[in-house]
Write a protein that binds this ligand. Structure first.
Ligand code: TYD
Length: 141
């Protein structure tokens, strides 16, 4: 999708383990003000079901495998984070749903702002209205 980028980041291997990293000005173009993570992620239950009006995020899966389905109200694109060297840089405006493909997967998220419920759209019909308005105002999505 236009404003979602899956990037393969570097892996520095040593006998003691592997290390990966990403940085502002390289893979991401925003400051991270909040980090949260979803863990004890059950395979049965989908999560997400919301969009963010302004929040930008970077997502990575340090353990396990997670499928993330994004839509802009028209097309659906599936991404799979199944390796710690894959990150997903997600601009604002996409409806998303997550599913864990492996028991105990962990999803980490770096977000451009602190938590604000006002930034969420949690109703899909309202999301479609918001997309319509946004397209009329500017090319938000
Ligand atoms: P939510 O973003 O809806 O999780 P998911 O999309 O994975 O289902 O958040 C779940 C709950 O946690 C919701 O009540 C809001 C709360 N929450 C915070 O208080 N702070 C945060 O930084 C986040 C991400 C969620």
């Amino acid at each position: 999708m236009k404003n979602i980028n899956q990037i393969d980041i570097k892996k520095i291997k040593s006998p003691g383990g592997s290390l990966s990293f990403f940085e502002k000005g390289k893979e991401i173009d925003f400051n991270i003000k909040r980090i949260y993570y979803i863990y004890e992620f059950s395979k049965e239950n989908r999560r997400g079901f919301h969009a963010h009006k302004d929040l930008k995020q970077v997502m990575w899966c340090p353990y396990g495998a997670i499928e993330i389905d994004f839509t802009d109200g028209k097309d659906i694109t599936k991404y799979i984070l199944d390796d710690p060297t894959k990150i997903l840089v997600v601009n604002q405006g996409y409806w998303r749903e997550f599913v864990s493909l492996k028991e105990n997967s962990i999803l980490c998220v770096g977000a451009s702002d602190i938590y604000s419920e006002d930034d969420y759209i949690r109703d899909y019909d309202k999301y479609l209205e918001w997309v319509e308005e946004s397209y009329n105002d500017e090319d938000t999505v």
